[in-house]
Design a protein around this ligand. Structure first.
Ligand SMILES: [Zn+2]
Length: 306
């Protein structure tokens, strides 16, 4: 079987970002979905999920990519395909509101938005209302993505007829713990080759950095209502074809580990990813990165006749 870091493997799934509705987009080859063997009702995965639902940890569960919803609590929605000729079915993952208003006055400032002598309230940020973190909804989503990425690791035995290569493979942790939202995987040989070309153009580097940064900021602000955290939301592309995504946290972020600058693909790794908002924001950034690789691939195909 071919491996994406050494071989060109036709795309069986790809990641994108939809700024219009703050959602991750995951396109999965229809042929992959058709070929995926059904997961038996008595498998540990299904049995554990049923137990978690009866323990009230989740409201619903689906492991069927042909159904309207996938994962826990309908977190991943199958929204159809661009047209019937498309090789892919599209799934949307709406990012949650994590930091939300309770509807009560902020207890720390008594609903004034200020503390002493005009100083803004640190708790409510001057909004005067009590805020809390709804991590449960966010974990439902990362748990669902963890499961989806796990299924997508089951690379198809027969190659897809899709016209683009696979750009990356991902795995995601979804635990309520330090490093519990770790994200990792591989950038494919074709992805890294294109990335090596991209870094020859300073203009292109700046453009792609800006698009990724815009996605990080939009995703984060949608989830966390943060006002002045732009400095901690960054995308940096280095001349040696390495990408660093930074999000708020303790030097938290996701990066490409292109140490050898070789013809092969390489690892994607992370640092101090402690909560699901960090993982979801970085997935938005990686989605934009994949879209840029596909754009370059299509430009290259136009200039080099088959
Ligand atoms: Zn307050």
């Amino acid at each position: 079987m071919k491996i994406i870091i050494y071989d060109t493997v036709p795309c069986w799934w790809k990641l994108g970002w939809s700024p219009a509705d703050n959602s991750l987009r995951i396109d999965i080859a229809k042929a992959f979905i058709a070929a995926l063997p059904p997961i038996p009702d008595n498998s540990p995965l299904i049995l554990r999920s049923k137990q978690q639902i009866s323990d009230d940890l989740f409201a619903s569960f689906s492991c069927d990519l042909k159904a309207a919803n996938f994962g826990f609590n309908r977190s991943i929605k199958r929204i159809g395909e661009q047209d019937s000729a498309s090789d892919f079915a599209t799934f949307a993952v709406l990012l949650p509101k994590v930091y939300i208003a309770t509807g009560k006055a902020c207890q720390d400032c008594g609903g004034t938005g200020e503390r002493d002598a005009g100083m803004g309230c640190l708790y409510c940020g001057g909004s005067k209302v009590e805020m809390l973190h709804d991590w449960d909804t966010a974990y439902n989503i990362t748990k669902s993505l963890q499961l989806l990425f796990w299924l997508l690791e089951l690379q198809p035995e027969t190659e897809m007829a899709t016209q683009i290569p696979q750009w990356l493979e991902l795995s995601l942790c979804a635990e309520r713990d330090m490093h519990g939202s770790s994200l990792g995987g591989y950038l494919s040989k074709d992805g890294l080759q294109l990335f090596n070309r991209l870094v020859h153009s300073k203009r292109r580097i700046r453009e792609v950095e800006k698009r990724i940064k815009d996605a990080l900021i939009q995703a984060w602000k949608h989830m966390m209502e943060d006002r002045d955290d732009d400095y901690n939301l960054r995308a940096e592309i280095r001349d040696n074809a390495n990408l660093f995504l930074t999000c708020p946290g303790d030097a938290a972020g996701v990066y490409i580990v292109n140490e050898r600058h070789s013809a092969h693909g390489c690892q994607i790794d992370c640092h101090n990813m402690d909560n699901p908002a960090q993982a979801l924001a970085c997935l938005a950034g990686l989605g934009v990165f994949c879209e840029e690789l596909e754009k370059m691939w299509c430009e290259q195909k136009k200039t080099v006749p088959a």
